[in-house]
Design a protein around this ligand. Structure first.
Ligand code: B1M
Length: 213
């Protein structure tokens, strides 16, 4: 079993070395990608979020925790099967304008790549214009929008509207996700798909593209 408490302590300390060591130990003990991610790193980050909300810790500590989490994710990444077959399709993805959270989005990128998609990651704080330009340049079949703030999820709606106005709505499937996003919200704004986590984002993308063929 992954020792969630130790991952939490290491993230709270922002200790890259300790997170790397715990992650490697868990791999050596035969733990799976999913258990290290879900029971170790993500469970720890959820607890960091609670402390942050309660103002027991502040942005510098959260940033250090995020850096340590990224180090752990980098170590488990090779556990994901790497895709070898033909490309499943092209995805343009980013965190919407005004939002700097990228840990979840980066996991979605990792899973999509492992699932055989060619991913163009636009990063964080991505403007609507940049999304549209990237879809056109790369001829993407899927756009992925991530948002972690209740104040930025409406950017998803605005991005969808702009995709419609640009005349490319029929060309792309839009998938949205992030902690405050729900299936209901996705339906309300007219997104094609919603995924509550990174692994399901791959299934949703696959299903949407296979509906088209
Ligand atoms: Co911010 N933050 N943060 N933060 N932060 C939250 C989101 C918050 C819930 C914390 C809290 O109060 N409990 C809160 C939002 C409250 C709200 O909106 N109602 C919050 C706040 C308020 C803020 C600031 C406003 C704080 C301030 O300045 N006063 C500020 C905003 C900055 C900005 O974006 N403009 C801010 C800043 C930051 C840091 C920069 C310090 C840092 C981000 C570092 C980084 O990402 N590089 C940070 C962090 C780390 C968090 C918490 C603690 C952790 C987020 C995270 O990485 N989770 C977070 C609390 C929490 O979520 N518990 C919090 C782990 C990650 C794996 O999960 O991103 O949900 P998640 O991704 C999941 C799914 O959601 C899904 O798959 C992922 C994995 O399975 N998913 C998708 C995500 N995107 C998807 C896309 C898809 C499909 C699925 O399809 C395309």
């Amino acid at each position: 079993m992954v020792d969630g408490e130790r991952f939490y302590e290491a993230l709270l300390q922002g200790s890259v070395d300790e997170v790397e060591r715990l992650t490697q130990d868990a791999i050596d003990a035969g733990e799976t990608f999913e258990s290290i991610l879900n029971d170790g790193l993500m469970a720890a980050m959820d607890r960091i979020g609670v402390k942050f909300k309660n103002e027991e810790i502040y942005i510098p500590e959260v940033l250090r925790a995020a850096r340590a989490m990224r180090a752990g994710v980098a170590i488990i990444k090779p556990l994901l099967p790497s895709s070898t077959g033909s490309s499943m399709g092209k995805v343009v993805i980013g965190t919407v304008k005004g939002d700097l959270h990228d840990i979840g989005k980066n996991l979605v990128v990792m899973m999509l790549e492992s699932g055989g998609f060619k991913v163009f990651d636009l990063g964080v704080d991505v403007s609507i214009e940049k999304f549209i330009e990237a879809v056109q340049t790369h001829q993407a079949q899927v756009v992925g929008l991530s948002a972690l703030l209740t104040t930025t999820i409406m950017e998803m709606k605005h991005t969808l509207e702009a995709i419609e106005e640009a005349g490319i709505r029929k060309q792309v499937k839009v998938i949205i996700g992030g902690a405050p996003v729900t299936e209901k919200f996705a339906k309300e704004i007219g997104a094609d798909g919603y995924a509550p986590n990174a692994a399901l984002a791959v299934d949703v993308a696959r299903d949407l593209l296979s509906e088209d063929n």
